[in-house]
Every structure is written in C-alpha cells, then in structure tokens.
Design a protein around this ligand. Structure first.
Ligand SMILES: Cc1cc2nc3c(=O)[nH]c(=O)nc-3n(C[C@H](O)[C@H](O)[C@H](O)COP(=O)(O)OP(=O)(O)OC[C@H]3O[C@@H](n4cnc5c(N)ncnc54)[C@H](O)[C@@H]3O)c2cc1C
Length: 550
C-alpha cells in the first residue's frame, strides 16, 4: 500500500514569506515541512563568477513575460540570498493608495502605524541597521554629491548587512560568501530548523488538491540539480494548513493550476500584478567634471571610476516620497550596482546617433563602465499585470539549463505607470546632467519590455472580494486553510524596496495562521519569539538525514 506522508503545516517556498511562517509554526510546536524548488547552498559555495553552473546561474531565476520580466531567487532562502539587502519601511502614504480601482487598496485594518511593530520585529531578527556616511562606498557618495549639487537630498539607506564582514566585493547577486548579507540562511531558517522544521530543496510544488477531511494534498516534482528543465519523480504530502510563499511570480500560477482540483479561485488570483514601478537609468560620468564640479577625488587621483566597488544600493534620494504629491508622481531614486550581464547588455548609449544598445558607441560606453552610475527608480504602477494560463509545470517554460524561462505574465504599462517612469527619468536627468557631470539614458525596455526584481500583488490582501484574493488575515478566499504570505499578498507598489514590508506582513499574519492551525487540530501556540541570537550560516548538512534525501 502506498502511504502518503503527512505534516501539520506545508510551506511552499523558503523566501521571506515562507521562512517566517516556517519559523513561527515550528517554534510553536507544529510539524513543518518546507518545499523549495531551488538548491541549498552554503556560504562557501557562493562563487564570484558568472559561468553557467556557478552559484549565480543556480540560485537566480529570470522569467521573461510579455511586457514584463521577473528576476528573483531560486534557492533555499529565496530572494534574500540574491538580494541587495536594502530595507526601508514603506512611506505612510503608500497604505492610503487608491490606484485606478478608486478605493483604498490596503485592508482598512492595516496602515503604517499598525505595521510599525511588525517592522520592528523583522528589523531585530535579521537584523537591519542604518548605514552611516563613513561606510558608504564611492558610488553612493557620488550620487549623494550629485543630489546635493542639484539641490536635492540623499541619505544612506537602512540595510541588512553586517558591515564589519562586508568586503565591498559587489557580488551580492551570486550570494554572499562572507555571510555579511543577513539573508534568511542566517536567522529565520536556522531558527526554524532548530525547532524541528524540515527544508527540502529541489522540490517544486505543482498543484494542490483537497482531501475529504478538508486538509490539503500538496503535489510536487523533484528538480534535477544541474538541469532544472528535467523533473524527476513526483510526490505528495498531506497538510492541515498550507502556506503558499513561492513569490509573486509563482504563487498565483500554483493556485491557478490547482483550480480544477480545488474549485474556483478568487478572481484576483493572477491579476493586479505590480512590478513596483521599477525602472533603471544609466549615467556615464565625465571624470573631469566630477573632479571640477563636485570636487571629488580618490587617493589614486581618479575622480570616481569605481562603479564596481561597493554593495548594491547604499544611498537613496527620497525627496519625492511626499504624500502631498499626486499619485503616480511619487518615487524613490537609489544608486545601484548591477553586475555585468543583463545590465551591460540593456544599458543604452545616451544620445546615440546609431543603435543605442549595441554598435560602436555601445562598445565605447562599455570601455568606460567603471565611470557608470546606475539609478534605480521605484514608482507607483497601476497593478496592470495579468497571468495567462499556467505552464505545464513550475511557473515558466524553462528555456535553459538554469536561470532562464518564459512565463505567462502579460504587462502593458498604462498611462499612469508611464507618468511615474517619465517623471523619475526626468528627475534623474535633471540631477545627473547638471553642469555636464554625466549623460543619462534609461535601460532598453523596448527590447524585452519592463522588468522587475520586486514582483508584488498577484494574490493580494484587501477588503473587497472582487479585487483581492486574500482577506486581511492572508487566507485565500473560499479556500480555508490556505494562506499566502509572500510578495503576492502586498496590495500594490510601495515606492521603496519591498522585502521588509513583505516580511512585516508575514510576521503580522502569524498569530492568525497559528489560530487557524489550532482550529484544524494542530497542537501549536504563537510564542511571539524571534530568531535572535542565531547567527550561524546554515546549509544542507543541518538537515536530518531523511529530509536531505531528494
Ligand atoms: C537582484 C535582486 C536584488 C534585490 N534587492 C532587494 C533589496 O535590496 N531590498 C528589498 O527589499 N528587496 C530586494 N529584492 C527583492 C526581494 O528579494 C523580494 O522582494 C523578496 O525576496 C520576495 O520575498 P517572497 O517571500 O515574496 O519570495 P521569494 O523570496 O522570491 O521566495 C520565493 C521562493 O519560492 C520558491 N519557489 C517558487 N516556485 C516554487 C514552487 N513551485 N515550489 C517550491 N518552491 C518554489 C523560489 O525558488 C523562492 O525561493 C531584490 C531582488 C533581486 C532579484
């Protein structure tokens, strides 16, 4: 006889939404299994290399959609392993946003005051600290000086990086081999393991079915360790509670694929996707003007020429995060390092006379890449993304052995979204082209459409059943016992980096999910604890032998 494995709580995905759920439920006494489609790497396996098969291609996921591509994590720890760890809180006005639906998008029960204590908890757990000017790398200093010169303000951003361990190597997207970046591998996940949770890498959930007793059966496939296009055997696990936290690009797809088995999904599953209003501009600095106009000079006599030294975004300009400005005209501007690859391909030559993303002028631009400054915008988009029918497996048709796939997302930017992008482009130009400091051009979105590293809102919380898939406790409408705690639950663009808000919402949802688990017969309590004090990196060796089996 074939016995189906069972657990109290099954968590899909091990990024912010998944890791926080796994920790609290395990700490409270529930039996927790986490299924993660990506591999599980330790710090010493994070390479400084872009070669296929190195950590960069193994843990990174790039899904091309129609008009919008999504970049994210594909590993135990999810986006926290590849991210830049800039962790601001969402500004107060964000929670009052109405968007084009013409009513408050966030549930009435949540505003910035409500979320602050949950932000505090995550800030303690990771931990997050405020960077100081004396630790800001060259690119951040240059951005700050240019803002000041243009009469704007700029500030170091709060971040989840231990600066005493950071070497400013700028290889954050390939995973941090110094354990300086406070990814989930250093806090919530080891704490969940210490309370008995199991994490199973290379397990990709395909769909859910419902059992006669109201519990759920989670159906998964094993992903090949080298070639993610190859799926091996299948398996099932029964669970009283399912927490779906596969990220905003994957969660709606799993739920859509489950619809024939579970019954009609709420209308908002796979709609209202937001790319967090993202946009990139690249500036090519004139080193002489940097010296003459801004008075900057490094010890070796160079004015700047240091794009590659640092750690993702360190300094941001928040002048336009002003709640009195009209919606779609509010945004933040962050200096950013994007490593060679996508960034260098898509950077356009400012004022090119010929082709702007290849050709002789592009070659000259690449020769000067150390004098670049990339500015990342997060504005207010219009939640215009819609997911089409799900692919056969996973959330994309995988094109290459690792990293690249084509997914079902369609995104046609509305005039509102364009308003935000154009206003932020103009602001960047105004700051950086002043007195001939630099020449600026946006990335070539015409080629592949827009892109986002901050997918949100594809299965969002809200009060209105027509426009939100989840109630304000993150339970999927009409499907009791299924909760969503990842970025897809966030109702709309945040105008800042979203991971802290995703994590705070997940923390806020936990007492309710624990109560729902108890109501379904799970012996679990909400302890209110935090994974403080756990600071060791965690790898597959930390798993019980049975769980390590793929
Ligand atoms: C290059 C880069 C830089 C970033 N920098 C920042 C930053 O500085 N600050 C910030 O706030 N945010 C940043 N982000 C965004 C941040 O990483 C995400 O917002 C955050 O990780 C989202 O959390 P999540 O829980 O929604 O999903 P994720 O962290 O994406 O976790 C989802 C997990 O689910 C897994 N999964 C997907 N499908 C399945 C399936 N079918 N079965 C099992 N598992 C599955 C995925 O592999 C992944 O591990 C960055 C992202 C990128 C890509």
């Amino acid at each position: 006889m074939n016995t189906i494995e069972s657990t109290d709580v099954l968590v899909i995905g091990s990024g912010f939404g998944g890791a926080i759920a796994a920790y609290h439920l395990a700490a409270g006494g529930a039996k927790v299994v986490v299924l993660e489609r990506g591999p599980w790497l330790r710090a010493d396996e994070f390479d400084h290399d872009f070669e296929l098969g190195k950590s960069y291609t193994r843990i990174f996921d790039f899904v091309v959609g129609d008009g919008m591509s999504i970049l994210g994590g594909n590993c135990v720890g999810g986006g926290s392993v590849v991210y830049f760890a800039t962790m601001p809180r969402a500004p107060r006005f964000v929670f009052e946003r109405r968007g084009s639906i013409g009513r408050r998008m966030w549930p009435a029960s949540i505003d910035r005051d409500v979320l602050d204590p949950w932000y505090d908890r995550v800030s303690d757990a990771l931990p997050i600290t405020q960077q100081s000017w004396d630790r800001v790398p060259y690119a951040g200093g240059l951005w700050a000086a240019a803002c000041d010169h243009a009469g704007r303000t700029a500030n170091p951003a709060p971040s989840a990086i231990d600066l005493d361990l950071c070497t400013n190597c700028n290889w954050m997207m390939a995973g941090c081999r110094f354990d300086a970046k406070r990814s989930l591998l250093l806090n919530y996940l080891p704490a969940a393991l210490s309370h008995g949770a199991e994490i199973r890498p290379l397990h990709e959930v395909q769909h859910l079915t419902r059992n006669a007793d109201g519990s759920y059966r989670v159906h998964y496939r094993h992903v090949d360790d080298d070639d993610y296009r190859i799926l091996h055997g299948a398996g099932e696990i029964d669970a009283k509670i399912v927490v779906v936290a596969a990220g905003a690009g994957a969660t709606p797809v799993i739920l859509q694929r489950s619809e024939p088995h579970l019954g009609t999904m709420p209308r908002a599953v796979g709609r209202y996707f937001s790319g967090n209003g993202e946009r990139l501009n690249t500036a090519i600095y004139d080193e002489d003007r940097v010296r003459d106009v801004l008075g900057l000079q490094r010890s070796d006599g160079k004015a700047y020429s240091a794009y590659q030294i640092g750690r993702g975004p360190t300094v941001a300009s928040w002048d336009r995060l002003d709640g009195s400005l009209p919606e779609y005209e509010r945004f933040s501007l962050e200096q950013l390092y994007f490593p060679p690859g996508l960034g260098t391909i898509l950077a356009q030559v400012p004022g090119a006379t010929g082709p702007s993303w290849f050709g002789v002028e592009k070659k000259e631009m690449l020769r000067r890449w150390q004098s670049w400054l990339t500015i990342f915008t997060m504005s207010e988009d219009d939640n215009e993304g819609v997911f089409g029918p799900p692919p056969e497996t996973g959330n994309a048709h995988r094109l290459s052995q690792q990293m690249l796939g084509v997914g079902p997302l369609r995104y046609e930017p509305t005039a509102n979204t364009w308003r935000g992008w154009r206003a932020s482009d103009a602001e960047v130009k105004d700051i950086l082209e002043r007195d001939g400091l630099a020449r600026v051009a946006p990335w070539t979105n015409d080629l592949v459409g827009a892109y986002t590293v901050h997918p949100l809102a594809s299965c969002r919380i809200g009060d209105d059943p027509a426009t939100s898939a989840l109630d304000d406790r993150h339970e999927l409408r009409d499907h009791p016992g299924i909760f969503v705690t990842d970025g897809s639950a966030v109702p709309a663009a945040l105008t800042v980096n979203p991971a802290l808000t995703i994590a705070a919402l997940a923390e806020r949802a936990m007492p309710g999910i624990v109560a729902a688990a108890r109501a379904r017969g799970v012996a679990v309590a909400y302890t209110g604890g935090l994974p403080t004090g756990v600071r060791a990196g965690v790898g597959p060796g930390a798993m019980p032998a049975a769980a390590a089996k793929v």
